[in-house]
Design a protein around this ligand. Structure first.
Ligand code: SF4
Length: 529
């Protein structure tokens, strides 16, 4: 559903802020593609865009692709912004630019919902998910398009059922410019890991869309030009296991109907390994990757952060089980935990070697507002609230410089080209070989797809194979793939590997953030209002 049409018509500009360069944004991979410029289409802002009254014209700008121009602001009567903590400065900058055109600006999304204080300049603050606050915001803008004298704070009490969510306005986004497509099936997570803000923001009882909504969204994504992979952004795909099981046959049917043209991926807890029936369904639906927050291989640390569910199956066994179902594990790792010791970095490298996981997002612990970790550190007087210039807002037990040094050393070693490509070699032999053998389909063999593959091969050979600086390791990997006809695996592995190698070099040289959540900005910072 969408908000009712109103007599008054307002032109709304939805602006998604630029990301600071981060491990998980894959920007070093973009030059190897045919024009990708951003990571994933933002679900929240496109959802709100779809929910606005049907007769309100909406423009959507992702500043990762192009900045909102003076002409965009002149066209608009109101501006909506959404984003995460890491985009805080950029969001405040958008507000400042909109105010230069005397426009009212509203902000919603995860960052403002957790920390309204971060956004004193905005005219409207929307806390929480789509719901009664959204209707109130629309009513305010319909009544009066001028800037209110004081900030208006609107908080959702009645959330709109996800079964009534409209399809996000994918048609407003240039989907071909994104590295991955995105889709959301559920919201919330039943667990309570100490560092995580999801349960406080979205609840512990996952709310769900229907399988029919999901297949309709996938149809829309395809119609709007998405290619390659679609990522389920749910915080935990198996937060409600029964619902995940119910969805999978619909995804299998959808894949059969559309010729298996898309790969699927998701985030889930590692105890998914205890549910072979879910893994089997995911294999049939052609899921190729699962992001698991392994966080640390140390059982004492997992217990301390209340992530005991990671130990329901021995970690290594869980990874192997997922691999046996054709899915690669991507792992989140945290350094700087209270339980860390001087040898933690070495143990992490041993774990990477043993698990053969190619892609691990290794971050320093950051305390997010609305988490039990934040509350505990505050009590212990270990929260560094003015963390500008630091890689984390946590006063670690180990000396700060040692923790950062460990992080840099781990990044440098884990993403040394030979080691990384060896791990991909392992995945191709032991994981991808277990994937569903998809039937040949006209959709996959389309000229468009073949052209895309050729462009990417040209870019990879030229930019990495000829102009790159890890040519020996690259050609060793490439020639094996070519000899075995593993072109698709070659392209997908090398595009990601190249980003990891380039990013890790910058990180170990001190030119990148050690935390995906850190407020510290490496690029020229943008003045906030
Ligand atoms: S399982 Fe994942 S989403 Fe759930 S509380 Fe833990 S870290 Fe957060």
């Amino acid at each position: 559903m969408r908000a009712e049409s109103l007599e008054t018509v307002r032109r709304v500009l939805c602006v998604f802020p630029r990301y600071t360069s981060a491990f998980g944004t894959f920007e070093h991979a973009y030059p190897l593609t045919d024009g990708v410029q951003a990571f994933m289409p933002p679900q929240g802002l496109l959802l709100i865009a779809a929910y606005l009254p049907e007769n309100w014209p909406v423009r959507f700008i992702d500043e990762n692709i192009r900045p909102a121009t003076a002409e965009d602001f002149e066209w608009a009567e109101a501006v909506l912004v959404s984003g995460m903590h890491i985009q805080r400065q950029q969001m405040n900058d958008i507000c400042c630019r909109a105010h230069a055109h005397d426009l009212p600006v509203a902000i919603g999304g995860p960052s403002v919902s957790a920390c309204p204080d971060y956004y004193p300049s905005f005219d409207y603050i929307h806390i929480g998910e789509l719901g009664d606050a959204t209707d109130e915001l629309i009513a305010h803008l319909a009544r009066d398009p001028s800037r209110p004298k004081q900030q208006v704070v609107l908080e959702t009490v009645e959330r709109l059922e996800m079964t009534r969510f409209p399809i996000p306005a994918y048609e407003l986004a240039e989907l071909k410019r994104y590295f991955l497509g995105s889709i959301q099936y559920s919201s919330g997570c039943p667990y309570q890991c100490e560092f995580c803000d999801i349960p406080a923001l979205y609840g512990r009882n996952p709310r769900l869309k229907t399988p029919q909504q999901i297949t309709a969204e996938l149809d829309r994504l395809l119609a709007c030009g998405i290619r390659g992979s679609v990522y389920f952004v749910d915080d935990n795909f198996i937060g409600n296991r029964k619902a995940a099981l119910e969805l999978l046959p619909h995804l299998v049917e959808w894949q059969k109907r559309t010729g298996y043209v898309l790969r699927l991926s998701c985030e889930a807890t590692l105890n998914i390994a205890k549910r072979p029936e879910i893994l089997a369904g995911m294999r049939e639906a052609f899921f190729s990757t699962i992001f698991c927050g392994i966080e640390t291989p140390d059982p004492v640390a997992l217990k301390a952060m209340h992530k005991d569910h990671n130990m329901m199956v021995p970690i290594m066994e869980a990874i192997r089980t997922i691999n046996e179902h054709g899915m690669e594990v991507v792992s989140g790792i945290i350094l700087g935990l209270d339980t860390d010791k001087p040898e933690t970095g070495q143990h992490l490298l041993e774990f990477i070697e043993a698990s053969q996981i190619p892609l691990l997002t290794i971050n320093l612990l950051q305390a997010l507002p609305k988490t039990p970790l934040w509350d505990r550190l505050k009590r212990e007087n270990r929260l560094i609230e003015d963390d500008e210039g630091r890689e984390s807002n946590v006063d670690f037990h180990l000396p700060y410089d040692d923790v950062v040094k460990t992080w840099r050393a781990c990044m440098s070693s884990a993403y040394e080209p030979r080691k990384l490509l060896d791990r991909y070699e392992y995945q191709i032999r032991n994981t991808y070989s277990n994937q569903l053998k998809r039937p040949a389909s006209p959709q996959r063999a389309s000229w468009q797809n073949i052209r895309l593959g050729l462009i990417m091969l040209r870019n990879i050979f030229w930019k990495v194979g000829i102009r790159g600086d890890y040519k020996f390791q690259f050609w060793k990997f490439a020639l094996r793939r070519l000899a075995r006809g593993e072109i698709e695996f070659f392209i997908s592995s090398i595009v990601v590997a190249h980003h990891l190698i380039m990013f890790a070099r910058a990180a170990s040289g001190g030119r990148q953030n050690a935390s995906n959540y850190s407020m510290r900005l490496r690029e020229a910072s943008i003045p906030a209002e």
